[in-house]
Design a binder for this molecule. Structure first.
Ligand code: GLY
Length: 283
């Protein structure tokens, strides 16, 4: 429950602790600071002690344009996230990532794998942690991996062998942007079995990642909520976005849902030194 006012917070607590609307799941509550600002995904690979940051990214969790509609697993993402400036990047590693990995090691939990910090960057440019996940994000992974020039398996083996302090990851300097194509009725009750057309070989520097598809009688059909993620590289986020949507425009299935404004925060004018929300911008 994200409460915008004290009254909303009180109502939520009454619903859980007094009216028991969530049963046992609502018998204990944790109250945290309300965080406003711009979200970014900061993903690293860790070997138990050392970390290698992956390219930064940002996803779009709401179903509809302008960050409206229900929350989803993510309707699109782009990399890099301009809100993470080089100075902020260094600060996140120093103040959040390394203390976390080293704190876990000190507690006897040598964490080896992907560590994903979901960050909120406030208006003054300060990073706060919203959550940690132990995986690459989806759909962040798609634009991030399209930009990765190093061998992913080599990095994973480096993490397993505890030698990330001697490794570097090489990144394509171009931006990447991915648009998720979701099934009819996603996220409530995604419909399966709709035939997908327009999946012919995409343009250079574009990948169509399959997530919720299946083969039925030789045809590719929908088989999950988030069906495809069309991801493109470009000299800027704007160019990557244009390329991705050109491929999206050729793909069809009944009930297909996608957002038209992936990347809007990166493309909106930014006040100097601020991490405020960008204006909605069409394609
Ligand atoms: N895109 C958000 C996540 O993977 O958790």
């Amino acid at each position: 429950m994200v409460a915008a006012t004290a009254a909303e917070a009180h109502a939520a607590i009454d619903a859980m602790l007094v009216e028991h609307r969530m049963g046992d799941a609502g018998a204990r509550v944790v109250i945290e600071e309300f965080l406003a600002g711009e979200e970014a995904s900061f993903i690293v690979i860790a070997d138990g002690r050392n970390v290698l940051p992956f390219a930064t990214s940002q996803d779009h969790k709401r179903l509809r344009d302008g960050d409206q509609g229900p929350n989803t697993g993510g309707m699109g993402a782009y990399s890099p996230a301009p809100v993470i400036t080089p100075a902020l990047h260094a600060r996140v590693v120093r103040e959040i990532i390394l203390p976390t990995v080293r704190g876990m090691a000190a507690d006897g939990i040598a964490y080896c794998g992907f560590l994903y910090a979901g960050l909120m960057i406030d208006a003054a440019g300060n990073p706060k942690v919203l959550e940690f996940n132990c995986r690459l994000g989806d759909p962040e992974a798609q634009p991030i991996l399209l930009r990765l020039r190093s061998d992913l398996l080599g990095l994973i083996e480096g993490a397993l062998d505890g030698r990330l302090d001697r490794m570097e990851a090489e990144w394509d300097r171009r931006a990447a942007l991915g648009v998720v194509l979701a099934a009819a009725n996603y996220p409530e009750a995604p419909r399966k079995g709709d035939p997908i057309s327009g999946l012919a070989a995409p343009a250079e520097d574009v990948r169509v990642f399959h997530a919720g598809t299946a083969l039925a009688d030789g045809r590719v059909v929908t088989a999950g909520g988030r069906v495809l993620c069309v991801t493109a590289l470009g000299g800027s986020i704007r160019i990557a976005r244009t390329r991705a949507y050109q491929v999206v425009d050729a793909i069809r299935f009944d009930g297909m849902q996608y957002r038209n404004d992936i990347g809007h925060r990166a493309l909106a004018p930014r006040p100097r030194g601020a991490g405020g929300r960008g204006a909605r911008e069409g394609r």
